[in-house]
Structures are given as C-alpha cells and as structure tokens.
Write a protein that binds this ligand. Structure first.
Ligand SMILES: Nc1nc2c(c(=O)[nH]1)N[C@H]1C(S)=C(S)[C@@H](COP(=O)(O)O)O[C@H]1N2
Ligand SMILES: [Mo]
Length: 432
C-alpha cells in the first residue's frame, strides 16, 4: 500500500478526506458505530494499531475523529468556523500551543449580532440593580483613571466545548476541543468598581448586559445576559477588561470592554459590556433559566428528558487538558523520543498532575507540569514519549486536579445541552 503521511490523508482537506474514508469504510466503521476488525482499521491507518487490544470498542481513531480544517476570519488565524449567523469559531488544538494565547487564536462565541465597531471614546458602563447603593455610569476613561489596573492570564472555556462528542447528540454549536484559550487580560477589578458604587448586604448575584443584539433584532431583547454569584464577582481576578495581551480587545471578543471570569463557563464573561446589575436574587437574564448553561442536578441516563426545575446552574469548569504539540496525524521516527506538550486547567483550583498514555490507558506516564502564573491560568505540561515499535498509536492526556479529580477517558455524564465534556484529549501518531 502506498505510504502517505496521516496528514496527507486526513489534514489537507480533512473534512473531505474524512467523508471519503467513512464512505469507503462504512462497513468497517461508522462515526458512532463500531470497529469490525483491527486488520481493516490498520489498513486504513497505514499502520498497525499497536495497542489495538486495549482500544475501547466503538472508539473512532483520533486520526479520523478530529479535523483540522483551517479557515480564516478577520483578525483570527486558522480558526475553524462552526457557524456564521451568529459567528462562532474554534481553534484547532495545534494552534493553541502558546502558553499565552494570541488574540488571533482566541475562539469566538456569539449568541447574537455583535455591534459594529463601537466608539471607545463615548463608551459607558452603568452599574445598577436592587442591591446596588446607587446607579452610576462610568466612561471607559473614568474606569481607566479612577481604578487600579490589574493583569492576569485567565482561562476562558465555553461551557459547550466538546459538545460534538455527546451521544445522543446535543443541539448547539458542535465544538470539538477549541473553545478555550488563556490570554493575558488587563482591566480593573470588578470588586473595586462595585465597592465604589456600593453593594448592599442583600446582594447575591451580578448580571451583565452587552451591546450586541438578539438574532431577531428585537429592540431591548438581549441575546444573552448571564452573571455570577457575588462571591465570584468579588474575587481579585474577576476583571472588567479592555485589553487582551496588551492590545485593545478584538471586536469579536468584546471590544471595547468585557467581563472576564477565569475558570467559569465563558458565557459568564459578558462582551461589549454596557451594564452590570447587582441583584438580590439569582440573575434571571437571557440564558440563565431553563436548560441554558445548566446540568441535571442529579446524573441522568443518556437521552433522558429532564424537567427545567431539575437543572442546576454550571459554576466552575472541570479539570481538563489539551495536547497542542504535535499536531494530530504526525509521522514520527521510531529511533527518537517524541516531545509532547500542552495545557491543563481547572476552574476549581490548581492542576496537580498530568499523565500521558500510548496504550489506551493501560499505563500512564507522568508529565512535567508548570505552576500557574496566577489563579485561573492554565498550566503547561511536557513529556517525552518512547515507542516500542512502528505502528499506529494514540497519545492520550489526562489531568488530575488538586482535589484528586481526574479527567474521564470517555464522555462524562450525558446532559441535554452537551456541556462540560472534559474527556481526555487524544492525538494520532504513526511511528515509522
Ligand atoms: N454580550 C455577549 N457576551 C457574551 C456572549 C455573547 O454572545 N454576547 N457569549 C458568551 C459565551 S457563550 C462565551 S463562550 C464567551 C465567548 O467569548 P469569546 O467570543 O471572546 O471567545 O462570551 C460570552 N459573552
Ligand atoms: Mo459559551
């Protein structure tokens, strides 16, 4: 059989290649089906699946399961567009290799129609609500001159990152692994601004309103208006930010002003920020109620119908990691160890350990792991992997948080909207 790099086969036009492979082999494997024989699978991969006996039945090899289709949108480099109305785009794993995510590689998740490039010089932010002592409006300039500036590297991940893997499938953007990033954000502390306005003892939550429009363009109807409990709002790292990596925010990421709550579903980090309400109850804005950004309070069977009152608001994001080097589909010479690296993060505290496996989780080797530069920043892991022979391998990464919670190898608890898939990330490598 002709020897092609996995890349040639699957990455040039991976979507097409994917389809062709699936068409050609529909009797050997289907996307959510099962693998009939390791022999036919090895033929497709152009290499023996060395630890094939350990490969979970029904698993689609990483060589086929992930696509790296590059596509460009303004100011963004290599992001995959999932949807154009509203615009949603994620970053292929290998383009998230930087410790500090460049603005050009930071994902875009819009629920509505973003504003046209706003005029930062006339931009205002109003603080009000039942539990604010007063209603007060700041210009951007006043925010910048009246409050101390802080910079933190904060991980933002969409609650629906990984949704594509859920079965039965959940509706919504079919994010794979790329709705996450960790740039450096600069702004003022939300708590400094709230304190200067005055927060009543009755405060339990804050909610945000942005300058984007609902898809229906109904005046006054918010596309999204979420928030966080007052104790998260009062954390040192909770920012009202105007800069990403020392530059003004990209328009699609909230220019000129947004909230940033590291480690929580990024849906809480309101973009194009115009108003913050200090609430005496859990904020009830758009996408706070029903099933939006909520999980069943108790685990349910896949496909179960869950009543709205049995759904609970998602708070901190779970432990997770991403392999960012090498790119999935790499050919690697047997004689050399392969350097592997990536990031690990957890909304609930530090990541304690990261492990990698090349035998579908039979054995794990511990990776080196950096400390976070600050709370809610992702951490970098590196490891060198030796392979026992030529063939097809998958590298899986698994992070463990400081409470001992580890990523599951396969999908965690099914939920109606497909949130919080923190299953191990894996890449395909052919050792030649
Ligand atoms: N005003 C406004 N804020 C918003 C959104 C939005 O559609 N409008 N989307 C939210 C969601 S669901 C996510 S995941 C993050 C995405 O931030 P990003 O587009 O900068 O990556 O913004 C959040 N803040
Ligand atoms: Mo999101």
């Amino acid at each position: 059989m002709k020897k092609h790099g996995l890349h040639e086969l699957y990455a040039k036009d991976p979507v097409k290649a994917d389809e062709q492979v699936f068409q050609r082999t529909s009797n050997a494997l289907t996307r959510r089906g099962f693998i009939k024989g390791l022999k036919s699978l090895s033929l497709l991969l152009g290499a023996e699946v060395v630890y094939g006996q350990f490969m979970p039945a029904g698993l689609i090899p990483a060589a086929f399961a992930q696509s790296n289709t590059p596509f460009s949108i303004e100011g963004k480099d290599g992001l995959t567009i999932l949807n154009d109305r509203p615009i949603n785009a994620e970053t292929p794993a290998h383009l998230l290799d930087d410790a500090v995510t460049p603005a050009s590689r930071f994902f875009v998740r819009n629920n509505g129609i973003p504003p046209q490039k706003p005029d930062a010089s006339t931009w205002t932010l109003t603080i009000e609500g039942e539990s604010a002592e007063q209603s007060k409006t700041f210009t951007l300039e006043e925010l910048k001159t009246q409050f101390k500036h802080y910079s933190y590297q904060l991980t933002l991940e969409c609650g629906g990152n990984g949704r594509a893997e859920f079965s039965p499938a959940a509706t919504g953007n079919q994010w794979t692994t790329g709705a996450v990033g960790c740039p450096k954000w600069t702004g003022v502390r939300l708590k400094d601004v709230l304190t200067s306005v005055g927060v009543k003892d009755s405060a339990v939550y804050i909610g945000y309103y942005g300058d984007d429009q609902h898809l229906s363009r109904t005046p006054g109807k918010a596309a999204i208006s979420r928030g966080v409990p007052i104790n998260k709002a009062m954390e040192d790292e909770s920012l009202i930010a105007w800069a990403m990596n020392d530059e003004p925010l990209p328009l699609m990421n909230g220019y000129p002003l947004r909230l940033v709550f590291g480690g929580w579903p990024a849906s809480t980090s309101g973009k194009w920020l115009k108003k913050i309400v200090v609430r005496d109850r859990v904020h009830d804005g758009a996408k706070m109620l029903g099933k939006a950004y909520r999980l069943p309070c108790k685990p349910v069977a896949p496909g179960a119908k869950v009543a709205d009152e049995d759904m609970c608001i998602i708070e901190a994001m779970p432990i997770k990691s991403l392999i960012t080097f090498p790119q999935s589909g790499t050919d690697h010479p047997l004689a050399k160890k392969l350097s592997v690296r990536g990031h690990a993060w957890s909304g609930e505290g530090k990541v304690a350990e990261v492990y990698t496996s090349i035998d579908f989780g039979q054995t794990w080797q511990i990776a080196e792991l950096t400390l976070p530069v600050n709370r809610h920043a992702w951490q970098q892991f590196t490891t060198k992997i030796a392979f026992p022979q030529q063939g097809y391998f998958e590298i899986w990464a698994k992070a463990v948080d400081e409470n001992g919670k580890a990523q599951p190898m396969v999908l965690p608890g099914w939920n109606p909207k497909g949130y919080l898939n923190n299953a191990c990330h894996r890449i395909a490598v052919r050792v030649v």
